[in-house]
Design a protein around this ligand. Sequence first.
Ligand code: FMN
Length: 223
Amino acid sequence: MGDGERGHAVREWLRGIDVFAGPLPEFEPERAPADPVRLFLSWLSDAVADGLRDPHAMTLSTVDEDGDPDARTLVLKGVDASGWQFAGHAFSPKGHQLAVHPRGALTFYWPEHGRQVRLRGPVAPGTAGASAADFLGRSATARAESLLARQSQYLADAAERDQALEKSLTLVEREPSLVDSAWTLYTLAPTEVEFWQAARSRVHTRLRYERTGADWQRFQLWP
Ligand SMILES: Cc1cc2nc3c(=O)[nH]c(=O)nc-3n(C[C@H](O)[C@H](O)[C@H](O)COP(=O)(O)O)c2cc1C
C-alpha cells in the first residue's frame, strides 16, 4: 500500500468511528447556576456517579518561553472559589513554563456524557504549607520519584533509574515527614469557564462564564 492509499484508508477508518454515541444528558443553560464552580462540581459528580474512568483527569496547557504551546494530563486536586488546583514539580517542564509564563488552560472531557469543560486564566503557586500537605498525601514511590527532581529528563539507563529510585525510597521510608520543597500545588483562577454539552444532532450547547470583578457573566456560544 502506498503512502497516499494508506492516508486515505486511515481517514476512512477514522471517519467510521462513532463520536458522542450517548445516551447524552440534557443541558439547559438558562437554568445554569450563577457560579461555574457549582456547575463544574455537578458535572464532575455525574461523571463519578456513572463510574466514568479517571473523571478528575484533565489536560493542562501551558506556553514555553518561545511562545510554543505544551500540554499534558494531570489530576485535579481541588476546586473552590479561588480556582482549580493541580500539583507538579517546579523543575519539570510544566513548572519552568509556569514560572516564565504563569498562565494556563485546563480541559476536561467526559466522553460517555459528551461533556467538555474548558478553563483559562492565571496560575499561581500555593503556599509552602498547602504544597507540603499535597506532597505528603502522595504514595511513597511518588514522593521518592519527586525527590529525584528528574521528571521528563532523558532516561539513558533503566538500571540507573531503578537504583536512584530505590535509594530515594529508602530515604522516604526512613523520614516519612520529608517534604520536597519543589513539589507545588498550583491554582488556576479562571477568567473564563466554558461548559460544552454534545448532542447527537450535532447542535451542541455551549455556555461560557466570563469573570467581571467578583461576579460571572454567562454567554451562550454558537456550536
Ligand atoms: C491520568 C494521568 C494523571 C497524571 N497526573 C499527574 C499529576 O497530577 N501531576 C504530575 O506532575 N503529572 C501527572 N501525570 C503525568 C503528566 O502527564 C506528565 O507526563 C508529567 O507531569 C511531565 O510533564 P511535563 O514534562 O510537561 O512537565 C499524569 C498523567 C496521567 C496520564
